[in-house]
Design a protein around this ligand. Structure first.
Ligand code: GLY
Ligand code: MN
Ligand code: MN
Length: 438
C-alpha cells in the first residue's frame, strides 16, 4: 500500500522543483461512455493517482508551493445522497481533506470562480497540455479572465510549463513501497500464467483461457488486467496485439499469452508461450529455445550503468544467430544484425518501462543518447520470433509459430531482480507442468 506520507513526499518533491511563484494544475480522468447509460469501468489517470491516490473522476489537483493558507487543494464532487444512491459513494470535500491530506477542498462546480484567484500572482503554470482538450480550453479561459483584469492590478501567469516531464521522471524511479506492489503483482500474474498452462487443452477456446486468467487475477486480489490480455493460439500469435481471443485451440499449435494484472494501479506485463497439447514439436522447440536464450541474455544486460538498449542489442544478436542456425537466414551474423535482417521475424523492441502505466512514462533518450539504467527502474524484457503463415521465402514447417517470452525486471545495485521469475519458462518445466494437469 502507498501510504499518505508517500503521496505527501511526492507532492513536496514536485513543489520543491517547481519553486514558489508557480502553480500546478492536474485534472483527473473523466468517465467514458461505453454505450447508452453505461460507462467503461473508471480508471484514474496515472499522474493524478501518483500525486494524490484520489480515485474519483471530476476532480482537479492544484499545488501552490509556498502558499501560507495551504499548498494542496483538491476540487472534487460534493457529497450527494441521491447521486450516491444511484452511482456509488463519494468522498466529498470533508473526506478528501481527512483521508487524502489536502489542505483544502472545494466542489468541482466552483472551480471557475476559485481557480483564477489561485493563479493570480503566480508566474508559472505547470500543466499537461494535450491530455484533455476541454480542460486545455478551461486553462486558457482562466488565464484570459486574469488578462482582462490587468488594468485593475491583476498579475496573470506569464509562463506555461509542461508538468509531465518532471513528473514522469519521478515516476520512472520506483520507491520501496512501489517495488513491493510491483513484486506482488508480477508474482500473482506469474501464478495465473501457470494455471493457464495447466488448464490449456486442445478443443478449448482462447476465450476460456482469457477468462481463467482474469479469474486467477481476481482471486489473487487484482480486480483489473493492466491491459487487454492477448491469448493467441497458432497463427494468431503472429499478430502482435491480437485481442479477439475467440478462436479454438488446435492440437499441435502453440499458445502465446501476454497478460498482466494491475494492483493498486501498478502493472505486470508477462508473456509465456507453450504448446497447446503440452508437447513442443521439434521446430517449435528449436525456435522456443532461441527466444529463451535471447530472453536470458537480454536480462543479463539489465544492470546499473548499462544503456537501456543493451538488452535489445543482446536479444537481437541471439535471435539472428538462431535464425541462421535454423536455416531461415543466411550469412554472417554480425552483418545480418547490422542489416536488421531479423526484422521480418522480430519487428518490435525488447522492452519498455513498466509502472503505473504498462508502457510507463520516462524518457528513453537523454540528449539523443539511450538512457542509462539506474537502480529503481523497472522494465520489461520481451524478445520474440514470429513466423507468419505465407511469409515469402520461409519454409512451411515454420509457419504459424509465434513466440514471445516476457519478464518484468527491476534494476538493483547488484544488477537485477526478475519480478516475474515464478512464471516457469524452461521448455522441459513447461512440459512437466502441463503433463501433471488433470
Ligand atoms: N502487453 C504489451 C506489451 O508487451 O508491451
Ligand atoms: Mn506484454
Ligand atoms: Mn511489454
Amino acid at each position: 500500500m502507498i501510504k499518505k506520507a508517500e503521496y505527501t513526499r511526492r507532492r513536496r518533491k514536485l513543489m520543491n522543483f517547481m519553486g514558489n511563484n508557480s502553480i500546478a494544475i492536474l485534472p483527473s480522468n473523466s468517465e467514458v461512455t461505453r454505450s447508452r447509460d453505461t460507462e467503461f469501468r473508471f480508471r484514474q489517470h496515472s499522474d493524478f493517482h501518483f500525486l494524490s491516490g484520489f480515485p474519483e473522476p471530476e476532480s482537479v489537483i492544484v499545488l501552490l508551493p509556498g502558499r501560507e493558507q495551504g499548498e494542496y487543494i483538491l476540487f472534487c464532487r460534493e457529497k450527494d445522497e441521491v447521486m450516491e444512491t444511484w452511482h456509488g459513494r463519494r468522498f466529498g470535500q470533508e473526506g478528501a481533506i481527512k483521508q487524502f491530506g489536502c489542505s483544502d477542498a472545494f466542489p468541482i462546480e466552483d472551480i471557475d470562480d476559485i481557480l483564477p484567484g489561485l493563479m493570480e500572482g503566480r508566474e508559472r503554470i505547470y500543466y499537461e497540455f494535450g491530455n484533455h482538450s476541454e480542460f486545455d480550453n478551461n486553462i486558457m479561459g482562466w488565464i484570459n479572465i486574469l488578462r482582462m483584469q490587468v488594468k485593475t492590478g491583476a498579475h496573470p501567469p506569464g509562463e506555461l510549463i509542461d508538468l509531465s516531464h518532471v513528473l514522469h521522471d519521478m515516476r520512472l524511479f520506483k520507491s520501496p513501497a512501489e517495488i513491493k506492489i510491483m513484486r506482488q503483482v508480477a508474482e500473482l500474474s506469474a501464478q495465473a500464467h501457470m494455471v493457464a498452462m495447466k488448464e490449456c487443452q486442445p478443443g478449448k477456446n482462447e476465450l476460456e483461457i482469457e477468462a481463467e486468467i482474469k479469474y486467477q487475477f481476481a482471486k489473487r486480489g487484482a480486480r483489473h488486467e493492466a491491459y487487454n490480455s492477448i491469448v493467441a493460439g497458432g497463427n494468431n500469435a503472429c499478430i502482435l496485439h491480437y485481442v479477439e481471443n475467440d478462436q479454438p485451440l488446435l492440437n499441435g499449435d502453440l499458445l502465446l499469452i501476454d497478460a498482466g494484472a494491475e494492483l493498486e494501479g501498478y502493472a505486470a506485463d508477462i508473456t509465456r508461450t507453450f504448446p497447446i497439447n503440452g508437447q513442443f514439436s521439434a521446430e517449435q522447440l528449436q525456435a522456443y529455445n532461441w527466444v529463451l536464450k535471447a530472453n536470458k541474455e537480454a536480462i543479463k544486460e539489465v544492470k546499473p550503468g548499462k544503456p537501456w538498449t543493451a538488452p535489445h542489442d543482446a536479444a537481437v544478436k541471439v535471435l539472428t544467430k538462431g535464425l541462421v542456425e535454423m536455416g531461415i537466414l543466411e550469412g554472417n551474423v554480425e552483418q545480418l544484425v547490422d542489416e536488421e535482417a531479423y526484422k521480418p521475424f522480430y519487428m518490435h523492441k525488447t522492452g519498455h518501462w513498466l509502472g503505473l502505466d504498462v508502457h510507463d512514462v520516462g524518457d528513453y533518450l537523454i540528449e539523443k543518447e539511450p538512457r542509462t539504467l539506474q537502480v529503481g527502474m523497472v522494465l520489461t524484457v520481451e524478445p520474440g520470433l514470429y513466423f507468419a503463415p505465407n511469409t515469402a521465402g520461409l519454409a512451411k514447417k515454420w509457419w504459424g509459430i509465434g513466440i514471445r517470452i516476457e519478464d518484468d525486471v527491476l534494476v538493483i545495485k547488484k544488477g537485477r531482480e526478475v519480478l516475474s521469475k515464478s512464471a516457469i519458462k524452461e521448455a522441459a518445466a513447461i512440459e512437466k507442468l502441463m503433463s501433471s494437469s488433470v
